[in-house]
Design a protein around this ligand. Structure first.
Ligand code: CTP
Length: 393
């Protein structure tokens, strides 16, 4: 039975406005155009928080993109020549991606596919899960195209791949299965689960950049720790119960905070190896090393000593260490530095000291530092005081 989706009922006006324009542009060129992927799934789930719209066109993407662009004047536009796709930025909150309907073939496991133009059916067949392989035909009265019973799986809360080679072609789908299962509280159906078990070893064939992207996606989920817990159960990542608890306690998890917990208590060699595996750059790796180094610092009480101990650490490392430390005295020390010492404006500047007769050079720097330390320790509490001290020093 034909099922028509009333988009006006499910989508905000701003989105249906652009979909109407896309449909008219496609009709003008004689092409068929479809809403595909996550947006269709979310509409059927009645989850209206949609910011990314994927459109698939049976036709020439470049020609369509030119016409669509002339009708909407987006704030941003990128045409990706090698993939024949276009991205329109409508606002910070709304992006429209346009791609030609295509088939994909994988020359080797875990590499990016070779693509060729095709019909919608083939385009849907190349996708990851039944719930993501539905389309709404904008040029045919918003008819739902659901050749893999994705809507039924949505209703029953099931994550199911479309064919047995899916995870071999693209192992990132294993992480995607885990994300969707946790996000929607769905079950991964048994044969999909068996294939995850069979193919998960291929995650090691991905480039570090692609692994990192998957990790970012996990951390951007509403419940990243639940997702990580599931990944652990499926043997995708090695996390002890203690680490899971630490991740829960860490609050909002950005990538570096996650890695700092994940690599806590690991040797330098392991940290280096894991950073490489997860595609972290040398800057990020250095921050993780500094977080580790901070743990071994002796807690200081005197303000000037705190300042001297912490002043050469990058701010990001200090912030992560503050969030993660379980030692309340260490937390206080980091907070004093980050919130107070770093924000304190010295009473005197180098120019002030020069006016008082100090010659330019190393000595002047040392005196400034000495005065600032006295200020932090409360031994100087005004500019006048500082000038008096500077004269004596
Ligand atoms: N897709 C796929 N295999 C992948 C990545 C994506 O088949 N490895 C397809 C799916 O049909 C997916 C669509 O491309 O729905 C768009 O991908 P993406 O934007 O990553 O996901 P969304 O489904 O939009 O989901 P999310 O809500 O996680 O952004």
């Amino acid at each position: 039975m034909e099922r028509v989706i009333d988009l006006n009922k499910y989508l905000p006006d701003i989105i249906t406005h652009y979909l109407d324009i896309a449909r008219d542009a496609a009709l003008e060129l004689g092409y068929d155009i479809y809403l595909v992927g996550g947006a269709v799934r979310d509409i059927l789930l009645k989850d209206y928080d949609i910011h990314d719209i994927d459109l698939a066109i049976e036709g020439d993407t470049a020609e369509f993109a030119d016409l669509f662009r002339s009708k909407i004047e987006p704030v941003g536009f990128i045409y990706h020549e090698p993939f024949n796709t276009a991205t329109f930025t409508i606002s910070d909150d709304l992006h429209i991606d346009i791609a030609m309907c295509r088939t994909e073939s994988y020359p080797q496991k875990a590499v990016l596919p070779i693509v060729e133009p095709a019909e919608l059916r083939d385009d849907l067949k190349r996708r990851d899960f039944t719930i993501n392989a539905m389309a709404i035909s904008l040029t045919e009265g918003n008819k739902l195209v659901d050749i893999f019973s994705g809507e039924k799986d949505l209703k029953n809360g099931i994550i199911r791949i479309l064919h047995k080679k899916s995870f071999l072609d693209d192992p990132t789908r294993i992480w995607r299965a885990v994300r969707y299962a946790c996000r929607f509280d769905f079950e991964i159906e048994p044969s999909t689960l068996t294939l995850i078990e069979r193919d998960k070893g291929n995650l090691s064939l991905l480039t570090p950049e692609r692994r990192r992207y998957e990790m970012e996606c996990v951390l951007n989920e509403k419940e990243p720790v639940k997702t990580l817990q599931k990944a652990k159960e499926l043997g995708l990542i090695d996390l002890s119960a203690e680490l899971i608890k630490r991740l829960e306690d860490a609050g909002e998890l950005d990538e570096l905070t996650f890695m700092a917990v994940y690599l806590e208590d690991k040797t330098d060699d392991v940290i280096l190896r894991e950073c490489e595996y997860w595609g972290l750059n040398s800057h990020d790796r250095d921050i993780l090393m500094e977080v580790k180094d901070l743990k071994s610092r002796t807690v200081q009480k005197q303000h000037s000593k705190i300042y001297k101990t912490l002043k050469n650490y990058p701010e990001k490392a200090l912030e992560i260490a503050r969030r993660l430390t379980r030692d309340s005295r260490m937390k206080d020390m980091l907070s004093y530095y980050l919130d107070t010492a770093r924000e304190t404006v010295p009473f005197l500047t180098g120019d002030d000291l020069k006016e008082l007769g100090y010659p330019e050079g190393k000595l002047l720097g040392e005196k400034l530092q000495e005065l600032f330390m006295l200020q932090l320790d409360g031994e100087i509490d005004s500019r006048e005081d500082a000038i008096a001290r500077a004269i004596k020093l």
